[in-house]
Design a protein around this ligand. Sequence first.
Ligand code: BTN
Length: 249
Amino acid sequence: MNTALIEKLLTTKVIGRRIIFLKEINSTNIYAKELPKTSITSGIVILADHQSGGLGRRKRSWLDEPGANILCSIVLTETINIPLLPFICGIAVAEEVSKTLKLECTCKWPNDVLLNSKKISGTLIEQSSNIIIVGIGVNVNQQEFGSLSPLATSLFNETSKQFERETLLANILNRFEELLLLAKNSTSQIIELWKKYATFLGKEVLISSENESYTALAMDVTNEGFLIVKRENKLDTLLSGDITLKINL
Ligand code: BTN
């Protein structure tokens, strides 16, 4: 990654004003957690060309082809409504893919961005002492997904075009900062923006947690980020923590 190019394209005040680029690391989220507390300022971005132990939600791994994707962690130290962060990342990525690249993508609760019903981006939010780590992965130029190919894809695989990761990342970080400011004043506006991409609402979905799995009708997402589903004529409010959602049943 060319960090000088990213810095040139950034219009932010705080986010990405310091970038730590690593050719290879186990996970940018782990690296962020291990930063000496004295060297942390809000908005630092840890960026890697490859992760040997990339982390996903629900103790899954996040795999990547070296040099192909966006793998970054944004470190935040200010008070922020943490449950909104996956939605903020989702909007930032979905807008970049939909508006700039003119590709129709969708968001799946709570933190996925899909292109042609396959995942291109996910977010892993973690808290460590008093810092918040926002890990974002976007599959940009990766070509092989092996056994994951029915579920995951990249911008390249859907368009046969290579994309410049630096421009995509700078645009995503620029929008991330704007949305972070918006979130301080209006939670509902964040959820409204996100819902524009949430085409699964109104559809049957499969909800899986550690204990159970059931189909339900996805009804709405509240301003706090909870998913409301209808199951056997009763409404359930779901917290994102341990739940996986499948659409296109
Ligand atoms: C998910 O969808 O399960 C979340 C995926 C998050 C992946 C990103 S890549 C950069 C950051 N570092 C990690 O180890 N994970 C996140």
